[in-house]
Design a protein around this ligand. Structure first.
Ligand code: ADP
Ligand code: MG
Length: 795
């Protein structure tokens, strides 16, 4: 049945060649008990390994059932070991983390025998070897003799033709040895058993045939068999380990080292935790920002003021067409005209432009609010006298009207109320102080507020009254000109007249810290309703009608300037005034150039051109459409005629966006480092595991496992670790989002910032598995390459 013809096998160690088998020719019967005797080092084990297909012979021929093995490929050798051979080792070589039944079933598992059949077969052979009552124990709960019985059962389980036993009783006491020998003897009744022993008595007592070995040669044979010619009827059933089997095998192995696996998984999950946290944070921040954008930020209006910051301040100045560089090394001076590149730009808010604004698609805006600087006639009381308020010394302008269905008024949104209340009536005024609660002396003098002491109590300011006088009550016609109706130094009658409108300071307010929107300068602010109320009346007043007809100033009698740009619309402007409102009246300060008619009409309160306009977009998308619409107006205009707008929200988001990007990058770098570390760590851990499981690799190979299957076993192990670390990482991240959110809430008042996206969680789980498998890939390949003979020899 089994024929060896001139089998030679030698080992090379450096220069030295050790001949282990020297032209061995032997024939074996289908069923006989052959004992191989010989001194240590005579080549007995090598013979068994060659017969068992664990080791390859150098020359000669090995024929099984008439089939030459000369041209066997790796897969055929694997199948041969699995189908035709059963190994019994001196040191049992059971897989310690598998149960006895699993050990016995392993050969059948590799050749794909169905579970039920496998189990039935395993129980059968275990009963045969006398271990029926011990099947649920682990190998290390058995005695040496019992372990060897398990090994015998395993060898028998797949019903092979040949049983190879290498000193099976070498580690057992004599009584147990005899029992094992009896068992092997019964097996040999219908199988070929080749047993190596160094014990001649045992050989004589049990074997049918004794072959003596010396120096790699068979020197005697008690019952040789003549050479026969056999016809081949040999069929091999290919082996393969399913990934599920590999998982089960590695799972059971891992179960024996829970702590190490747990710690490894934890350590390698740190990278996953890092990335998952970053993702959940940036995910949350993105959500927060977009809701902030559509919410809070869209309440930031696009502002168009009579003065605006110049459009692109980031742009470098240029000289003769080429851009200048900052801190240049160039040895040249570049003369320039500061007005050309001035930061402040004067917007010409013409009636046409106002009409253009009115035509914005109403679906895009929540509302438009106006800040006006109307030259109203205002009286203050000074003891028992009343005089005209000199607004040239005082910031006196309207605050933006409440727009659309905004949550609160402009003042409520961006200002802190220090005393009194926010205005509710058209006639309510507010006093605005700067961040140090200051207001300049000139303003206080202009208002007529006594301030001999260092401080003025807020309480003394609340309820302070001024009177608003309509044009027709204030001016009286005197020939071709108009004069103030009464004695300019004491207008107490006008003050006390019931035609005067009483205005009252109802509150003291201050711009909120860090609010970019509280741009009204310190001074007095009135409602837009009051402004339009005065304007509507003024337009129909006698003096305005007269001024519209006349080509001279109806108050002074001077001729008006014809030049449209004459008295500069910006004449009274204080440099550096903030864009949203806050300009002193364009006409108030005595400009030494004669005013134009338009300017004169404005002085008389008959103009609707606002100091500043705020457009409130419905959302971010609308904001873009609005700016496109505004840009359209400027398209073909000269720089000085362009109307420049300020988009506060764009400035805010640009800043926050940059910070976010920076933070994300730093965190990602950290997480990436920890992922690389865990990759290396997994490699080391798998390498250690391969070292520890070397014996198991040998056993699996002896049972017919392919190289591929060994790779699969370790891939399964890294898969489990990867899956564990992925799950752990995601679980820990999920739990971490709670304290992280609590901390962020305390710091920023933003709630639920960290949110783990399930899709991110899933992909990170997969990434964790893939990365750990990459880390374990090289060690797994190394495991597959291990020589089964060396693996079995290892301790
Ligand atoms: P036995 O089992 O009879 O004690 P072996 O078959 O194990 O002997 O060894 C036969 C000879 O081959 C010995 O001299 C041994 O040193 C040598 N040998 C066995 N395996 C190797 C190997 N992997 N590398 C080098 N020499 C080996
Ligand atoms: Mg040996």
């Amino acid at each position: 049945m089994l024929q060896l013809k001139d089998i030679t096998k030698s080992y090379k160690t450096g220069e030295f060649t050790q001949v282990a088998l020297d032209k061995v020719s032997l024939n074996f019967r289908e069923s006989e008990f052959v004992a191989i005797l010989g001194q240590s080092g005579s080549g007995k084990t090598t013979l068994l390994n060659v017969i068992g297909g664990l080791d390859q012979y150098d020359s000669g021929e090995l024929i099984i059932n008439g089939q030459s093995t000369k041209n066997f490929q790796d897969g055929e050798w694997d199948a041969y070991r699995n189908n035709s051979v059963g190994f019994i080792f001196q040191s049992y070589n059971l897989i310690s983390h598998l149960s006895i039944v699993d050990n016995v079933e392993m050969g059948m598992t590799l050749s794909g025998v169905p579970a039920a059949e496998k189990n039935k077969k395993a129980m059968e052979v275990l009963e045969k070897v006398g271990l029926k009552d011990h099947v649920h124990k682990k190998p290390n709960q058995l005695s040496g003799g019992q372990m060897q019985r398990v090994a015998i059962a395993r060898a028998l389980a797949n019903n092979p033709d040949i049983i190879l036993a290498d000193e099976p009783t070498g580690a057992l006491d004599s009584e147990t040895s005899e029992q094992i020998m009896d068992l092997i003897k019964t097996i040999a009744e219908d199988k070929l058993v080749i047993m190596v022993t160094h014990n001649p008595e045992l050989a004589e007592q049990y074997a049918d045939r004794v072959i003596k070995f010396s120096d790699g040669k068979a020197v005697s044979d008690s019952n040789p068999l003549a050479n026969q010619k056999l016809t081949s009827n040999y069929k091999l059933k290919k082996t393969s380990m399913s990934f599920l089997t590999a998982l089960k095998l590695s799972g059971k192995n891992i179960a024996t080292k829970k702590w190490r696996t747990g710690l490894t998984a934890f350590a390698s999950s740190i990278g996953i935790i890092g990335i998952a946290l970053i993702l959940s944070l940036s995910n949350g921040f993105d959500k927060q920002i977009s809701s902030y954008e559509t919410g809070a930020l869209s309440t930031f209006p696009i502002t168009i003021s009579q003065t605006a910051m110049n459009v692109d301040m980031t742009q470098n100045p240029s000289f003769g067409g080429t851009d200048l560089t900052a801190y240049t090394e160039e040895k040249a001076l570049f003369p320039y005209d500061p007005t050309e590149n001035s930061i402040l730009h004067n917007n010409v808010l013409s009636t046409e432009y106002m009409d253009y604004l009115e035509k914005i698609d109403p679906a895009l805006i929540d509302g438009i609010s106006y800040t006006r600087t109307v030259n109203m006639n205002m009286l203050k009381l000074d003891g028992d006298k009343a005089t005209t308020l000199n607004k040239g010394n005082l910031s006196f302008s309207s605050y933006p009207s409440k727009h659309g269905d905004a949550a609160g008024s402009y003042l409520e949104q961006y200002y802190d109320l220090l005393e009194g209340s926010f205005p509710t009536e058209m006639t309510d005024l507010v006093l605005i102080v700067d961040e140090y609660n200051r207001l300049d002396n000139a303003s206080l003098d202009a208002l007529g507020i006594k301030h001999d002491t260092d401080r003025v109590d807020f309480n003394d300011l609340i309820g302070y009254e001024l009177k608003l006088i309509k044009n027709d009550d204030y001016y009286v016609k005197n020939g071709e000109q108009f004069t103030v109706n009464g004695n300019v130094s004491n207008l107490i009658d006008m003050y006390n007249s019931d035609k005067a409108t009483t205005l009252k300071i109802v509150g003291v307010i201050r711009g909120q810290e860090e609010s970019k929107m509280s741009t009204l300068p310190a001074g007095v602010a009135y409602s837009d309703e009051l402004a339009t109320y005065f304007i509507e009346d003024a337009k129909n007043s006698e003096i305005v009608k007269a001024q519209q007809e006349a080509d001279y100033n109806v108050i002074t009698g001077e001729l008006l300037s014809q030049d449209a740009t004459g008295g500069s619309a910006m004449a009274g402007m204080r440099p550096g005034a903030m864009p949203a409102g806050g300009m002193a009246s364009a006409m108030s300060a005595g400009s030494n150039v004669a005013p134009t008619k338009d300017e004169m009409l404005a002085t008389l309160g008959a103009t609707e051109i606002p100091a500043s306009i705020s457009l409130y977009p419905v959302d971010f998308g609308a904001k873009e459409k609005i700016t496109t619409y505004l840009d359209e107006w400027n398209k073909d205009l000269e720089t000085e005629n362009k109307v420049v707008y300020t988009d506060m929200a764009a400035i805010v988001t640009r800043i926050s966006g940059g910070i976010m990007d920076g933070i994300t990058m730093v965190l990602v770098a950290f997480a990436a480092i920890s992922l690389v570390v865990s990759l290396i760590m997994i490699g080391i851990i798998t390498y250690i595991s391969v070292m520890e499981r070397t014996k198991e690799i040998g056993v699996l190979r002896a049972l017919g496992a392919r190289k591929k299957d060994i790779t699969r076993v370790f891939n399964a192990e890294t898969f489990i670790i990867g899956a564990c670390s992925g799950l752990l990482g995601i679980g820990v991240t999920y739990l971490l989002t709670f304290p992280v959110n609590a901390i962020l809430y305390n710091l920023t008042e933003l709630s639920n910032v960290a949110q783990l996206n399930p899709i991110h969680a899933l992909s990170l789980g997969i990434i964790s598995v893939v990365l750990t498998m990459i880390g374990g890939f090289i060690p797994a390949k190394m495991a597959a390459k291990k020589d089964p003979v060396t693996a079995l020899r290892s301790e």
